[in-house]
Design a binder for this molecule. Structure first.
Ligand SMILES: O=P(O)(O)OC[C@H]1O[C@](O)(CO)[C@@H](O)[C@@H]1O
Length: 426
């Protein structure tokens, strides 16, 4: 479901440190490396609590019947994976009954008040997600939206329209939900935020959206079964080792490039996964992303002719479209495009990939790793989540950092609490 092609990367398999890959693999499976208390995601697709899953399905289906809009409130790992899955699987301009929209990822008063205006008179529900329960952004957004919902439907009805996903026992959100009688689902202790999309964090909202989450798990299980080998025949490790080799050659940044607009948030999710996992101890590739063709007409100039030996691209090539469309013949042909008549948009997009790789690699001297995906569906989504999670574990350990913490994020939080006068913070 994901094949790694290194022919445009300037690397050969002998440039990859297979001996170290083998050692790190042992560390991952024996859970003996740094941050090993956050490796719960490794077996999760097979071991998650099936009873809780059935309960989630029931609560989600009842909520789905009552609402037209689901607002998920969360940030980082409690936000990006949901949006990545929803946009990749259902598309952006879908006409499904339930629309998913997002809050808690911004403190812009303009955004929050415009969202609140939009929700006036709408049948909406809220899924509030926070592992810690103390993150300010989702906290203040939830406070505003919860009050709006209660004002719109009344105290009793609101209890059927609000669900919390949080820690099993501790934290402000757990206490709040229990006291107010909102159903709660659990984010396991041993799975960090950015690895949590296959837990209730992602699965509950996606069930409300009507996504086939059984298929997401099937995709993740397929990845688990295929990506177990402790050498470079493991495609996820091949990708990790290749990006590590380019980092060791002096490259500073990796751009994940997709030619599918619906994958914009897959790239955003990937940025958090790699950025928080590797950017520490003054090390790590800077993860960025581009969506082509959009960015071919903005950043494309820089990629072709800007500073060299800084950035490399990792290009996602989707083999099969979920839906296809043909360019039709036009009798007048004023636009001169009849030479494309009969070709599909996908064929033209795929030809662009070949042309762009040639331009960037051969003329622009920009290394490209190519990841071949089958298609943008639920199974592929589950597969890609597991693929990148196991890849970042390998990649982080190859870099000799702890891939499972994010101490740097706390610095801004502390400063903000101090400036805002949070009790107990000096
Ligand atoms: O779910 P929480 O605890 O609100 O945290 C949200 C995000 O904040 C972080 O802790 C730091 O960005 C992430 O790891 C996490 O995804």
């Amino acid at each position: 479901m994901i094949k790694v092609d290194l022919q445009h990367s300037g690397l050969s398999i002998t440039d990859l440190n297979e001996a170290k890959v083998k050692k790190v693999h042992e560390m991952i499976i024996n859970k003996s490396g740094k941050g090993n208390d956050f490796l719960g995601w490794i077996e999760w697709p097979k071991t998650f609590d099936k009873k809780e899953y059935e309960k989630m399905k029931k609560v989600a289906s009842s909520l789905r019947n009552k609402i037209d809009v689901l607002v998920t409130v969360g940030i980082g790992g409690s936000y990006l994976g949901i949006r990545a899955a929803d946009e990749m699987i259902r598309g952006i301009n879908h006409s499904d009954k339930v629309q998913v929209i997002y809050a808690g990822h911004t403190m812009s008063s303009t955004y929050v008040s415009q969202l609140s205006e939009y929700l006036k008179g709408k049948k909406f529900g809220i899924c509030v997600i926070s592992k810690s329960g103390t993150t300010t952004e989702p906290g203040i957004a939830f406070r505003a939206l919860e009050k709006q919902l209660i004002d719109q439907v009344g105290d009793e009805n609101s209890k059927e329209l609000i669900v919390a996903v949080t820690d099993s026992a501790k934290g402000a959100l757990k206490t709040l939900a229990d006291n107010k009688g909102y159903p709660t689902f659990v984010i396991p202790d041993d799975i960090g935020g950015r690895f949590s999309v296959l837990t209730p964090v992602g699965i509950f909202p996606l069930l409300v959206a009507g996504v086939n989450t059984d298929n997401i798990f099937a995709g993740a299980i397929k990845a688990m079964d295929e990506l177990v080998k402790g050498d470079l025949s493991n495609e996820a490790y091949k990708y990790a080792a290749a990006r590590n080799a380019l980092y060791n050659q002096g490259y500073k940044a990796e751009a994940l490039v997709a030619y599918e607009l619906q994958m914009q948030y897959t790239a955003e999710w990937w940025k958090q996964l790699f950025g928080e996992s590797e950017g520490k101890d003054n090390k790590g590739l800077y993860p960025t992303s581009m969506i082509f063709s959009t960015d071919l007409h903005s950043l494309g100039q820089w990629v072709q002719e800007g500073a060299r030996n800084v950035l490399f691209e990792t290009v996602i090539k989707v083999k099969e479209p979920v839906a296809n469309m043909l360019v039709e013949t036009d009798a007048d042909n004023y636009d001169g495009l009849n030479y494309l008549a009969g070709k599909s948009f996908h064929e033209i997009n795929s030809t662009a990939i070949e042309g762009v790789i040639d331009a960037h690699v051969n003329t622009g001297k920009m290394p490209n790793i190519v990841l071949e995906f089958d298609k943008m569906d639920d199974i592929q989504f589950g597969y890609l989540v597991y693929f990148f999670e196991i890849a970042v574990a390998m990649s982080g350990y190859l870099l000799e950092v702890n891939p499972f913490d994010q101490p740097g994020v706390e610095v801004y939080k502390y400063n903000m609490f101090k400036l805002l006068g949070k009790p107990g913070v000096k």
